[in-house]
Design a protein around this ligand. Structure first.
Ligand code: AHM
Ligand code: MG
Length: 336
């Protein structure tokens, strides 16, 4: 008989990867799973429950905040606050991080950075969105309020990272630095089951994901790379295929599964890039590296960038190893 491993079982089984862990990380991943289920339920009924559309004001990033952005943010915060595993949380939806200071958090070792609902411009048109999360061990002394420095750690210090994709199925993909595994949600049973064990990004691919509407504003290296991917060359499977959903999680998930590259470079509208280092690029970079792929800002490994602010933006090149290396070649050649 086929054995169905639930996410809960998997987390507990793999706790032994951390010899000194006392189970807090496992409990934290379980809390994220629970909040993800709640968000999933809200998204599924979004068209019925009058929770589509914008709130009517912008978030700290100057972007229209959607009702579901706010709802997802509240659900993650309240779920994680009600348990004792983390002492603070930073989110795309909030200017400052929040510190959890109730007695149950006094010994908490971890902080979470989160994009509660990524790709939210896609909600109203029923296209896949996601949640991205990143977990660090705090560096300030436990028992005191969490500090900004706890969040401004380079991505190579992540303890775990992952995403939920609310797509044709809802899938949770995560890593604790020991490979990448994906779990598909069975809504009838209310559990996630291991469906994508030991995920590996194909070393090469032929899908490129970039918002070509911004083409004339791209750096020369990216323009030349795009020209190269569009050339006819049967030996290297070119021209490549363009696929851009506009939800990082969905574009990433497809490229991870099929092989591909996602690029959000600098541009006139986004002089530093659009995506945020701490809760979009770092977790995705950790995942793609764990799956055998690569993530850089065009020149530098994303996980080695020292963050300077909570909502810092960076250019993002992420996906199959050979594809990212090729794009980097063009970036290096046309570097000013
Ligand atoms: P969001 O977190 O506000 O949804 O913004 C991030 C999203 C990514 O999911 C997506 O890849 C990108 O922004 C799309 O941006 P654009 O519409 O400029 O191509
Ligand atoms: Mg986002």
């Amino acid at each position: 008989m086929q054995r169905h491993t639930t996410l809960g079982e998997f987390i507990i089984e793999n706790q032994k990867d951390f010899p000194y862990a006392k189970g807090e990380l496992s409990a934290l991943l379980s809390s994220i799973r629970l909040a993800g289920k709640m968000v999933n339920q809200e998204i599924n009924k979004a068209g019925l429950a009058e929770i589509t559309g914008a709130v009517g004001h912008e978030n700290v990033q100057g972007e229209d905040q959607m009702k579901l952005d706010v709802l997802a943010n509240d659900l993650f915060i309240s779920t994680l606050r009600s348990r004792g595993e983390i002492c603070g949380l930073g989110s795309e939806e909030m200017e400052d991080f929040v510190s959890f200071n109730d007695p149950i958090h006094s010994e908490a070792k971890y902080v979470v950075l989160i994009d509660p609902l990524d790709g939210s411009s896609n909600i109203d048109v029923n296209v896949s969105v996601g949640t991205i999360f990143s977990i660090y061990r705090r560096i300030s002394p436990s028992g005191s309020p969490v500090q900004l420095e706890d969040f401004l750690q380079p991505g190579n210090k992540q303890v775990a990272a992952g995403y939920l994709i609310y797509g044709t199925s809802t899938i949770l993909v995560y890593t604790t630095g020991n490979g990448v595994n994906g779990f598909t949600y069975d809504p009838g049973i209310g559990s996630f089951f291991l469906s994508h064990p030991k995920m590996q990004a194909p070393r090469d691919g032929k899908i490129y994901s970039i918002n070509e509407g911004n083409y004339i504003h791209f750096p020369e290296g990216v323009k030349q790379y795009i020209k190269w991917v569009q050339e006819l060359d049967e030996a290297s499977n070119r021209p490549f295929t363009s696929r851009y959903i506009g939800s990082l999680v969905a574009d990433f998930h497809r490229n991870l599964t099929k092989g591909g590259i996602y690029i959000y470079p600098t541009g006139t509208k986004a002089p530093k890039g659009k995506l945020r280092l701490l809760y979009e690029c770092n977790p995705m970079a950790f995942l793609i590296e764990q799956a055998g792929g690569k993530a850089t800002d065009g020149y530098t490994r994303i996980l080695d960038i020292q963050p300077e602010e909570l909502h810092q933006r960076v250019p993002f090149f992420c996906g199959s190893m050979k594809m990212v290396e090729k794009a980097e070649e063009f970036m290096a050649k046309h570097r000013k």
